[in-house]
Design a binder for this molecule. Sequence first.
Ligand code: ATP
Ligand code: MG
Length: 415
Amino acid sequence: MKQIQGVKGVKDILPDEAMAWQHIQQKARNIFHTFGYSEIIIPVIEAAELFLRSIGETTDIVEKEMYTFEDRDRKKIALRPEGTASVVRSYIEHSLNQASPFSKLYYIGPMFRRERPQAGRYRQFYQIGAEVFGFEHPMIDAEMLSMLNLLFQSLDISGLELQINSIGCPNCRPQFREALRDFFAGRLSELCENCQRRFELNPLRILDCKSSHCHALSGEAPKTLDYLCADCLTHFNKVQDSLKSAGVPYVINQRLVRGLDYYTHTAFEFVSGSLGAQNTVAAGGRYNTLVEELGGPSTPAIGFSIGMERLVSLFDSSPVEKQSPFLFIVALGEKAQEQGFSLINKLHKEGISAIMDYSNGSLKSQMRKADKFNAAHVLILGEDELAKGVVTLRDMKNKTQVEVPLLEIVGKFGS
Ligand code: ATP
Ligand code: MG
């Protein structure tokens, strides 16, 4: 029969790797709770319009990468390409601002973008993200970055550089846009095809272009920080002072503009020196106008998201303990199998991890399986044991064994 393969650009997370994922997610949850965040679980599908309005119609995500389909009632649905828009939609729809003026929310889940699959770039990928609503103070920007820094430290991820920038606000960004347009107007033919289009629609995004020529050119382009209004400059300086006081190292990267339209003020990325071209592990920024643009009350906000696959690839999972079954029951013969089955049922009810292979295999072959499964102890039930009402308990590490009355086994391993 012809084999069916997984969809291109979508990967399976096999059990060994899933352990590392669980470990990372648990660390993230713990740290987020320390900082007062609660989990929000948002849907994977949304009205496509949500992303057109938030991310921006001229971004790569919306122009080229979004998976959309028409539902049976003709409504246009999208598989979410990111989490922020959904969280904002939910925040507004459920008037979370009325329950509390401040909300700190985090989410974990898959996102979908039809990009060219390559290392660090998948069509279904996972993000761990968080959003804060209702805080305008630059210290919350620094607190969020400090939280991310702490998470990466707790996972022993080294070689990450925090890059920050300010991309201004609706007050000062138009002037910067104009300055960029003036600069690139005379150099249009030198830009890549994509950037020629960006020049018309969204010239800031030229600074974000990965093509080497555009990259070199934008090094000479006007700098965002020279165009900030007084409020934006004060905010950015305070973010930096607060990062220093929290002991979070950073560098300023004036090309950092982010690929989504909704950002204002602070923009940031954690970049790895060892990931090749797809080297941004986490990214985010402030988006003080988005809640209002999506029909909610004017609410300052800031958020980030971490690319799970890229984070996992930097994580050394060797210290993470594998989940092995604790007991392996070797039953020899049909009668022993009946006893073994009744014993394993009792063990499971007590929450004691145990497996049995239900084979009629020899002692040797069942022992080999116990070894493969990495079981800590083996319980052997053979004819002798049955006759005496005992089991042979073998410690797989010390290679010692003792006889234990069958009736005492559950008590011995139960809490
Ligand atoms: P990039 O420049 O790497 O494409 P982006 O600006 O598209 O990033 P964001 O939308 O900010 O990325 O997403 C946040 C993070 O999610 C990225 O920094 C990255 O770690 C991860 N990410 C984004 N797209 C993908 C993808 N296709 N596959 C795996 N991870 C991704
Ligand atoms: Mg991208």
